[in-house]
Design a protein around this ligand. Structure first.
Ligand code: 8IG
Length: 280
């Protein structure tokens, strides 16, 4: 049997490695290649949000994630594998992470939150997390963007190692949510429930998520939000509802339909994200 190909993420998986040091290495390369040492705002793009970066401003540089320590090319169709430097019209630099690793990719939770740690190493104060997700609230038609008010982490894991008793009160900053609602009146808020995936939920799991207070189901974001808060960042989260959660609609879920809903929503999301980020 051929030995497994060494990837830059192997270093993260070694328990002896300090994941923050790997993030610092990636950050140094990004700072060097983009000529920008500080990124006050970072954005992670989830399903449906991939093309919104272009609308934010001028792309200064785009670096394939595979060229940065700790990242690997995304294995999920519809996910973009690069890190981009974008200049807003007002001159601020935004780090756009189009390379998300999911827990279900089995690269470990360090890989899942690596982008957030890179953002922190580049001086980010605000982390904007976006995703595509299932809606439990039947009022949300596919294509509806929803602000994340809070989360429930059902993954059974955490990005924090050791006794770091981080406070998660106001994890999804009320201040930032107020800004988002002020530029986009009528934006609904929801409680995001992170499952491990990759399978979608059974209807009974969705019923449980609803019972415990969830209104959105997804496979990302909660772990990233925890890592962001632990690193001292303010978090703003958006879900694009690409589908009704299982049991909310009668038809089975197909990944292609999910991608299609994401594509259809792109112009709306791009405008929303640009407006919100400019206002931060
Ligand atoms: I897009 O219905 C997308 N991601 N867990 N459930 C979960 N994740 C999702 C869903 C969904 N849709």
């Amino acid at each position: 049997m051929a030995p497994p190909r060494a990837t830059s993420s192997d270093r993260l998986e070694d328990p002896a490695t300090d994941p923050v040091a790997v993030a610092a290495d990636a950050a140094a390369i990004i700072a060097d290649r983009t000529g920008i040492a500080e990124y006050p705002i970072a954005v992670t793009l989830g399903s449906g949000w991939g093309r919104t970066a272009e609308q934010l401003g001028d792309t200064v540089a785009e670096i394939p994630a595979s060229e940065l320590p700790g990242f690997s090319a995304s294995g999920v169709p519809g996910h973009v594998g690069s890190v981009r430097s974008v200049r807003l019209a007002d001159g601020r630099a935004v780090l756009v992470l189009g390379a998300r690793t999911h827990l279900y990719e089995n690269r470990g939770v360090r890989a899942v939150v690596h982008g957030v740690r890179v953002a922190a190493a580049l001086g980010a104060r605000t982390m904007v997390l976006t995703n595509g997700a299932g809606g439990i609230d039947p009022e949300w038609a596919p294509g509806t963007p929803v602000l994340i008010r809070d989360h429930i982490n059902l993954t059974g894991t955490s990005p924090l190692e050791g006794p770091q008793f981080v406070d998660l009160t106001d994890l999804y900053s009320a201040r930032l949510r107020a800004i988002a609602r002020s530029v986009q009146p009528g934006l609904d808020e929801g409680v995001y429930v992170q499952f491990r995936g990759p399978q979608y939920e059974t209807w009974a799991e969705v019923a449980m998520a609803r019972t415990i207070g969830g209104t959105i189901v997804g496979m990302s974001t909660a772990l990233e939000a925890i890592a962001a808060r632990a690193a001292g960042l303010d978090v703003l989260g958006f879900s694009l509802i690409t589908n009704h959660a299982a049991g909310v609609q009668s038809e089975p879920l197909a990944h292609d339909d999910v991608l299609q809903a994401g594509r259809a929503a792109e112009p709306v999301l791009a405008a929303l994200l640009a407006k919100v980020i400019t206002a931060l």
